[in-house]
Design a protein around this ligand. Structure first.
Ligand code: ZN
Length: 66
């Protein structure tokens, strides 16, 4: 019997900041809403989310999509 290998979740939520035009990963923000289901999109709670660019601190809204 071989032991099960570990598998690690690696979730990114990428968007392009309207301020600095860099790709940012919203999961870098500890305030990012983590109540969402994995891959959730087209729902009220996954639309119009307030986020902040970790690079230039610009605040903007995102709609999550797959
Ligand atoms: Zn930015």
């Amino acid at each position: 019997m071989t032991k099960n290998r570990k598998a690690v979740w690696d979730i990114r939520v990428n968007t392009r900041c309207p301020g600095c035009e860099n790709m940012v990963d919203l999961t870098d923000d500890p305030d990012f809403c983590i109540d969402l289901d994995v891959g959730e999109h087209d729902t009220e709670r996954s639309s119009g989310l307030d986020v902040r660019c970790p690079l230039c601190k610009q605040e903007f809204k995102v709609d999550l999509e797959l």
